[in-house]
Design a protein around this ligand. Structure first.
Ligand code: G16
Length: 543
């Protein structure tokens, strides 16, 4: 087994976005593309010599080939050990857990998350640091910098490792340990939640549907929901992970999880419905006839987490991304705990969790999680809801109604305009940015603009500063508009328009969100001139 240094040169555009580097699969499969980026990761963290890593991905097309390349490169770069999920499979939260459990020097996760997979769809590579979390901006910047001056990468000439067999084998001087991707993660969940109470709930006739969307969560959900908790076989649908996700778009929102939505809104719906994404870190929660917005889910979990055994002592603090609604802020105020507002991207929660300042974190983008790992965690959120319902009683609809009655309701929706011409979308936002000062005090749709800015964030733990994280317009009646471009797409630009309006109750808590938000939606279009700038009035996805 010989080590080669292959000559290469920098490839443009290897700049990690909101969550790692995501590109079309053929781009990743292009000459030297994956190899350059992986070498840049090793170079940016001071080399791989003597280190150990976790490697795995969501099973999408090219996952298996990419894993073999990374193993040969890790060995050639002198790594001591790589722990890899059987079949090169690991959900993102399971990978985060494994990094922490085994104390490795980080991990490389192969996923483009909720983006479709397949030969013509999306692929992604992300580096997670030894705390188990996505690399912070300082590290992703160093990786990008390394991609711009790369001249060669090291790779071992060796046959493929059989990743279907559990156990440890040698690759040159490096050990490759193939592990069960599910077991450690499922054990962790049993330490956090009261499985006995959930089993009793099921015995009482509680029913659920979990849509794994032909993605990585299938085996995890089958093991935990069906084998360990006792939901009937068949509770988990689309349970077999497929390289192209069976043609599904594995993004758990009402648009893409439409089969689940139809079942939950129809006759004889189960008590709880849930779905997860490509790599298992996102979740959508639906009750019988009741969609739970991710921002509300975060707030309900914050208010009720003490019902789950891992959180009985109370939460140390909470955090949400800036575009996420302020529903959780009201819960934090009642509990007397800190509530942090961070830029979009789970990586921004890492320092807060490491410092013990935020134990529960969440985002409007269907991400919720706690400090049990350093990624958002789809199945964790589902188990949390099950635990809360099992111990607290009532239905999802009851729980939501009681929550709004106590705290008021932050009506919330996100409108996505996809596949826009990048320059047009950027120009529209920079024009709005330029007018922010003039908008103060203006009346729009009967609402007065009281604050307008581009969100900047100073990390309270390490003082690092992130600028330009989204345009915010706040109105006198508590309504808010946020606009930013997605950092996870792979073609054109996606404009994300986040809309929020607070109703204190007791009246007006059960409106349709799109109707309740209608003036805010009109204000956003009027202020930004979306139709004129990007040629579109109707969003592609509404969450
Ligand atoms: C990633 C990040 C999330 C972020 C989401 C959407 O999630 O980890 O923090 O909210 O992307 O980001 P954007 O609005 O920039 O597209 P995932 O599930 O794609 O890894």
């Amino acid at each position: 087994m010989t080590v080669h240094t292959v000559k290469t040169s920098p490839i443009d555009g290897q700049k990690p976005g909101t969550s790692g580097l995501r590109k079309k699969t053929p781009v990743f499969m292009g000459a030297h593309y994956l190899e350059n980026f992986v070498q840049a990761i090793f170079d940016a963290i001071g080399g791989a010599a003597g280190k150990s890593f976790v490697v795995g991905g969501d099973g999408r097309y090219f996952n298996d080939r990419a894993a073999q390349v990374i193993l040969r490169m890790a060995a050639a770069n002198g790594a001591a050990k790589v722990i890899v999920g059987q079949g090169a499979i690991l959900s993102t939260p399971a990978a985060s857990h494994l990094i922490r459990l085994r104390g490795t020097d980080g991990g490389i996760i192969l996923s483009a998350s909720h983006n479709p997979g397949g030969p013509d769809e999306d692929f992604g590579v992300k580096f997670n640091t030894p705390n188990g979390g996505p690399a912070p901006e300082s590290v992703t910047a160093a990786i990008h910098e390394a991609t711009t001056r790369i001249t060669g990468y090291r790779i071992m000439d060796a046959p493929d490792i059989d990743l279907s067999v559990l156990g440890t084998v040698a690759l040159g001087d490096m050990a490759v340990e193939v592990v069960d991707p599910v077991a450690d993660y499922a054990d962790l969940m049993e330490t956090l939640f009261d499985f006995g109470a959930i089993r009793a709930l099921i015995a009482d006739g509680f029913t659920m549907r979990f849509d794994a969307m032909c993605a990585v969560t299938g085996p995890y959900a089958c093991e935990i929901l069906e084998n360990r908790l006792g939901f009937p076989v068949g509770t988990v649908t689309h349970r077999d992970p497929l390289p192209d996700f069976g043609g599904m778009h594995p993004d758990p929102n009402p648009t893409w999880a439409h089969e689940l939505m139809a079942e939950m809104m129809g006759e004889g719906a189960p008590d709880l419905g849930a779905a997860s994404d490509g790599d298992g870190d996102r979740n959508m929660i639906v009750g019988r006839g009741t969609y739970v917005s991710p921002s509300d889910s975060l707030a309900v979990i914050a208010a009720n987490a003490h019902l789950a055994k891992g959180y009985m002592g109370g939460l140390s603090g909470v955090a949400r991304s800036m575009p996420t609604s302020a529903a959780v802020d009201r819960v934090a105020a009642k509990l007397g705990i800190d509530c942090f507002e961070t830029p979009t991207g789970w990586k921004f929660f890492g320092n807060l969790m490491d410092a013990g300042r935020a134990q529960l974190c969440g985002e409007e983008s269907f991400g919720t999680g706690s400090d049990h790992v350093r990624e958002k965690d789809g199945l964790w959120a589902v188990l949390m809801w099950l635990n809360i319902l099992a111990v607290g009683g009532g239905s999802v609809a009851d729980l939501l109604a009681a929550h709004w009655k106590e705290f008021g309701r932050n009506y919330y929706s996100r409108h996505d305009f996809e596949g826009l011409e990048t320059a047009a979308a950027e120009d529209m936002l920079s024009a709005l940015r330029g007018r922010m000062g003039d908008l103060l005090g203006q009346d729009v749709q009967g609402m007065t603009v009281i604050a307008a800015d581009d969100f900047n964030y100073t990390d309270p733990v390490d003082g690092s500063v992130s600028t330009g994280q989204g345009l915010r317009l706040v109105f006198g009646d508590g309504a808010r508009i946020v606009m930013r471009l997605s950092g996870t797409g792979t073609s054109g630009a996606t404009l994300r328009l986040y809309l929020e309006r607070y109703v204190p109750g007791p009246e007006g808590l059960a409106e349709d969100p799109q109707e309740a938000l209608a003036p805010v939606i009109r204000a956003a279009h009027a202020l930004a001139g979306i139709a004129a700038a990007v040629g579109r009035e109707t969003p592609d996805v509404i969450t």
